[in-house]
Design a protein around this ligand. Structure first.
Ligand SMILES: [Zn+2]
Length: 96
């Protein structure tokens, strides 16, 4: 099992996003990535962190907001969609 490199949720094959040619993209979930594009191209890192914090708190009502945002602030910026290191990797590949 992997996890989505945009929203960070754990994903199995049924959750995979899709590439332009319809093949599965195991790096992202289908909520974030369909037909080779992000479903919400304009969402910011900050918005994603807030959304995932709220989802975590909805699932765990006793979880404190500071704790939830603490986890998401550590985790989400390292995902490929948001991490500048990976974006440089992709840029290099495109330039070649
Ligand atoms: Zn996702």
């Amino acid at each position: 099992m992997g996890f989505c490199n945009s929203c960070g949720r754990p994903i199995v094959k049924e959750d995979y996003g899709t590439n332009k040619d319809g093949s599965l993209n195991p790096e992202f979930c289908k909520d974030c990535f369909q037909n080779g594009e992000y479903t919400e191209p304009d969402i910011t890192l900050n918005e994603m962190i807030i959304r995932k914090s709220k989802e975590m708190m909805a699932k765990n009502p006793r979880l404190a907001e500071t704790h939830a945002t603490g986890i998401t602030t550590m985790f989400i910026p390292g995902l490929k969609r948001w991490n500048p290191e990976f974006q440089d990797d992709y840029k290099d590949i495109k330039d070649l």
